[in-house]
Design a protein around this ligand. Structure first.
Ligand code: AMP
Length: 619
């Protein structure tokens, strides 16, 4: 057995005592949290009051970039240069976004090459990754100020339904902000951790995480077992949240003021004034039974019962989503052990009452619902820092891992973003008769050709018993343990030959190198496809050339002189084509040889069978 022991990130085991922060990178607001004296806390702004950083970025005329409250203030005065809701664009192509573009005040551009969206601000084009990185930089600065020390490592949360592209985009944003993103954690998982759910690894349970924010609603059903959180189902509505509650109150106030709601579209400042008062009313009604306020010199008022009547259909819509998620998970409400509330809008009494009623049990809502995800991320970060050693939570492999195969192609065994710990394997064989040794070279990276990836090490499996090419079964297993250490094992299954070799990693890999490798793989995607196509065509040609020579030799007596001549000619043509760099040429030559020899091969086979049958009869 051959073993390579490598820490995939830097070639060493983490010593683990530095601060790793938890970040909730939200659609509307973002937060950063860390463990302070054994307790997860969110970091406040300079005023010492707010933990939320509005996820808004403003680009000033002089090139200055503002993030947070200061940028939010520009939403009204300079909307074209103020970007919000960037999370909705992460990892998306232009085609994915046609539905949302109308909602955004800024310009989304189609980028032909990468087909990922870009956002135009003045003469600059920004990717959602770059924009998210600006928010992350602001959070990094906030925590560094608090701790008076540099912070380089983070855990970032994403919605459970985020796909690989969106998760990778989030990781890349972290890298751009100078953060080593140790783990991407699902938001519902973080919320559960904040309540200590899942920390007792002996307990198995099923939980529902109900997340109603300003603009979106998500419900996730998670199964927790042995400290592993598995998402059973997600459902939701990407355009339903507290903003809609505000809007319902705006309509209510308009009728009291005896004005048409439509005029607010024209009178923007009146619209803004009523909207702000509506949000104030909504928040007040979470504590009091009634609210009274003023617009100009006119009084508006709303009771909690009136508010609840307005929003009841929206709350019902969220419950319908819960039913959808349960149905997908093939569960009923009585199978849900705990319900965790996330998002500012779960403060609305009708919301938590309705959810508790729907599931038939009280909900977890004692923590600040705006902070709960960030707090959980900080707990996860603390576990990663090695401060809660008994806990094992899943990570993902940041780059693909694979081996070199014929022609220098990268054969991926563990794809990028796979959950860690993980194990994957594949069987290989020899390409030459009697081959005794097989070189196994391990690479990390996203490019199709190994020469463009990073070599982690290589070893040779020796002592394979002589067999015809293609007969040995060489099993190669990649195992990544919870520490991110990769073990590679090679074994010839027919003979049981194993080899043991220790390989040291060539060099450590920095976050910048990792970022560069990823960007490289994106920018070279087309070129890689071409070279992979050429190499595959060449491999096929080589294989066919060998088989063709064998065929001619074995069927000397069956083929006519013309058939032999034509086959030889086609073989020569294929050889010439294989030496060229023209994939189509090679494939044409392969096709020509194949189609000419196919009937000959059939005939040869028939005659061999006939001969065998006659032989049988004779005996
Ligand atoms: P989030 O996206 O999780 O930050 O949620 C923000 C939403 O929660 C906004 O629509 C806020 O108006 C709403 N919200 C915040 N505090 C309260 C409250 N006390 N009562 C009702 N809604 C609230």
């Amino acid at each position: 057995m051959a073993i390579i022991s490598i820490n995939l990130k830097d070639g060493t085991l983490d010593s683990g005592s530095e601060v790793i922060v938890g970040i909730d990178l939200g659609t509307t607001n973002s937060l950063v949290a860390y463990m302070k004296d054994g307790q997860a806390v969110c970091v406040k702004d300079d005023t010492g009051k707010n933990t939320l950083v509005p996820s808004v970025i403003h680009f000033a005329e002089n090139g200055a970039v503002l993030v947070g409250d200061a940028a939010k203030a520009k939403l009204i005065t300079d909307p074209g240069n103020t970007i919000y809701s960037v999370k909705r664009l992460m990892g998306k192509s232009y085609a994915d976004l046609t539905a949302v573009q109308g909602f955004l005040g800024y310009k989304i551009l189609d980028d032909d090459k990468a087909s990922l969206v870009k956002i135009r601000v003045k003469d600059h084009y920004y990717t959602p990754i770059q924009l998210s990185a600006e928010i992350l930089k602001a959070l990094k600065a906030r925590i560094e100020k608090e701790l008076q020390a540099p912070v380089a490592k983070a855990v970032i949360t994403v919605p459970a339904y985020f796909n690989d592209n969106q998760r990778q985009a989030t990781r890349d944003a972290g890298k751009l902000a100078g953060l080593d993103v140790l783990r991407i954690v699902n938001e519902p998982t973080a919320a559960a951790l904040a309540y200590g759910i899942g920390l007792d690894t002996t307990q198995a349970e099923i939980i529902a995480v109900y997340d109603l924010g300003g603009g979106t609603f998500d419900i996730s059903i998670l199964q927790i077992q042995d400290g592993i959180f598995e998402v059973l189902a997600t459902n939701g509505d990407t355009f339903l949240g507290g903003d809609d509650f505000d809007s319902a109150i705006v309509t209510f106030f308009c009728s009291q003021l005896k004005i048409e709601r439509e005029i607010l579209a024209e009178d923007k400042s009146l619209g803004q004034e009523i909207r702000l008062l509506a949000e104030l009313a909504k928040k007040a009604l979470s504590r009091s039974e009634k609210f009274e306020g003023k617009i100009g010199n006119q009084t508006v008022h709303i009771t909690r019962a009136e508010f609840e009547a307005q929003i009841a259909p929206m709350v019902q819509k969220t419950l319908d989503c819960c039913s959808g998620a349960l149905q997908d998970a093939k569960l009923t409400t009585d199978k849900i052990d705990k319900i965790v509330m996330v998002g500012g809008s779960t403060r609305v009494p009708l919301v938590h009452k309705s959810v508790a009623g729907y599931f038939g049990k009280p909900v977890f809502n004692s923590l600040n619902p705006d902070e709960v995800v960030a707090l959980g991320a900080a707990i996860q970060a603390d576990i990663l820092a090695g401060n809660q050693k008994e806990l094992l939570l899943l990570d993902i492999a940041p780059l693909s891992l694979g081996i070199e195969t014929v022609g220098g192609l990268m054969d991926v065994i563990i794809p990028r973003n796979s959950k860690v710990p993980t194990k994957a394997g594949r069987q290989y064989t020899t390409s030459v008769d009697g081959q005794k040794n097989l070189k196994i070279a391990v690479y990390q990276g996203e490019r199709d050709l190994v020469e463009n990836n990073r070599k982690l090490g290589e070893f040779t499996l020796r002592g394979i018993p002589p067999m015809p090419a293609g007969l040995p079964k060489i099993d190669i297993q990649f195992i990544i343990n919870a520490d991110g250490i990769l073990n590679v094992r090679a074994r010839e299954l027919r003979s049981g030959v194993e080899q043991e070799t220790d390989i040291r990693p060539t060099f450590g890999i920095t976050e910048e190198e990792m970022a560069a490798m990823l960007l490289d793989s994106i920018s070279h995607a087309q070129e890689d496809m071409r070279s992979r196509g050429l190499l595959e065509a060449r491999n096929e040609a080589d294989h066919l050339l060998q088989a063709g020579v064998k065929f001619l030799k074995q069927n000397e007596n069956i083929l006519t002189p013309e058939e032999k001549k034509e086959t030889k000619m086609l073989l020569d043509a294929l050889k010439t084509a294989a030496d060229s760099s023209d994939k189509d040429n090679i494939l044409q030559a392969v096709e020509a040889l194949n189609s000419y020899t196919a009937p000959l091969a059939h005939r040869a086979m028939d005659q061999t069978i006939q001969a065998a049958m006659q032989g049988k009869k004779v005996s």
